[in-house]
Ligand binder design. Structure first.
Ligand SMILES: Nc1ncnc2c1ncn2[C@@H]1O[C@H](COP(=O)(O)OP(=O)(O)OP(=O)(O)O)[C@@H](O)[C@H]1O
Ligand SMILES: [Mg+2]
Length: 384
């Protein structure tokens, strides 16, 4: 750990939540700002002297550019601190920001490479047609590979803090169940039956399908039969490794130095999902750091009367009546949204209970796609 890592001082906001934490997972519903928050949290902690790596998933292209990520990178890449310093966020001594964009398929391949007993088996699996199709599908779910990658990075001990962005899943909980789902898949009776040498799979291959596949090979030249039987044979050898792996991942999720941050927007649906997610985290005995309500609308109008505002805009700002009316309408819209947000946040606070810290990040005028935007978001996340 870098010298400054332990000396963050009186930590405010997220820095307080993450005191002594090694892994921070930002979860929440789709589109609420998980990727943005992860990057802003990572930058803020680098500013506090930690060597931080943010594992992002599918960031918008401009954010990826700002973090110096290219689509092909599946290894951490050091982010240039200069734009952050220019935006007012200098990294303290020892503070470094690293980023990687998760490549789910590559992570899955790396896992196979590690589990395979020798180079020949490894090559055989990776070039197997069935594996290539299946790994694409498994990797497509992303949740498992994301934490598998996190686990690998944690094992290197290279970073003081890892911040994981989570995939844009329909349901924030998919992520928590991922290790279980994967083991269940591999331990499932159907697959086991297929994998047994005398099992259904081999019989199937030996008879009807074998015949059909043989015909296919004669017509197309594609030897699926060999691919299939090789796949079952090879995968059977890796089952134990997969099981152990899922267990390690589970352990990491439950580690006392792992924290979940729950990101939500102030709309009712993601708020309800956040409440549910929090309950599940608690039931699963996973440590909860705090909740972040992102894109909260501020109330510019307050208690002011719209008619009065129009009159003032005309008299004091010299606007035409039509323009002043338009501006007042915008304020009124914001006012309505701000009121809705306030009610939803109050509902969230009430349901989570007073022991759960909440932070609000305002809805900024622009999308967050560069160091300036991340620093602006971070200012709210790390505010006293
Ligand atoms: N506080 C904010 N003010 C304005 N725009 C924001 C704010 N936070 C995030 N955004 C913008 O909202 C969009 C969604 O944010 P982001 O990609 O971080 O969400 P996400 O939860 O990661 O989405 P997904 O579930 O698709 O991965 C982005 O265009 C981002 O720039
Ligand atoms: Mg995202």
């Amino acid at each position: 750990m870098s010298a400054a890592a332990g000396a963050a001082g009186a930590a405010a906001g997220v820095a307080g939540w993450l005191d002594g934490v090694r892994v921070c997972i930002c979860g929440g519903s789709g589109g609420v700002g998980k990727t943005t928050t992860s990057a802003a949290v990572a930058a803020g902690m680098a500013a506090r002297g930690l060597k931080v790596c943010v594992v992002t998933i599918d960031p918008a292209q401009r954010l990826a550019d700002a973090l110096g990520l290219d689509a092909l990178g599946n290894a951490p890449h050091r982010v240039d601190p200069a734009p952050f310093a220019a935006a007012g966020l200098a990294f303290a001594d020892g503070g470094e920001l690293w980023a990687l964009q998760l490549d789910a398929k590559r992570t899955f391949d790396e896992l196979i490479e590690r589990l395979a007993p020798d180079a020949r088996t490894r090559e055989e699996i990776l070039s197997n047609r069935i594996y290539r199709e299946l790994s694409g599908a498994v990797a497509g779910s992303q949740e498992f590979t994301a934490i598998a990658k996190l686990h690998d990075l944690a094992a290197t001990g290279e970073f003081d803090l890892l911040v994981l962005d989570t995939p844009p899943s329909r349901n924030a909980l998919d992520f928590l169940d991922a290790p279980d789902r994967l083991t269940q898949f591999f331990e499932g009776r159907a697959l086991q039956a297929l994998l047994r040498p005398s099992g259904f799979g081999m019989k199937l291959l030996g008879r009807t399908s074998g015949f059909a596949l043989g015909a296919l090979k004669r017509v197309t030249g594609v030897d699926l039969l060999t691919d299939l039987s090789a796949f079952f044979r090879l995968l059977g050898g890796l089952l134990e490794g997969f099981r152990a792996r899922a267990e390690q991942v589970e352990t990491l999720l439950r580690d006392p130095r792992t924290r979940f941050l729950l990101v939500t927007s102030p709309e009712r649906e993601p708020i309800d999902e956040a409440i549910y997610f929090h309950r599940k985290l608690k039931a699963a005995r996973m440590a909860f750091g705090g909740g972040i309500v992102n894109r909260v609308h501020s109330d510019q109008l307050g208690d002011a009367d719209p008619g009065e505002l129009i009159a003032r805009l005309v008299a004091e700002a010299g606007l035409s009546k039509a323009l002043a009316t338009r501006v007042a309408e915008c304020f009124a819209d914001e006012h309505a949204l701000a009121r809705r947000d306030r009610d939803n946040v109050a509902h969230l606070a009430e349901r989570l209970g007073t022991s759960v810290p909440l932070l609000l990040v305002p809805h900024l005028d622009d999308d967050v796609h560069d160091a300036d935007g991340l620093v602006a978001v971070g200012a709210h996340l790390f505010a006293a």
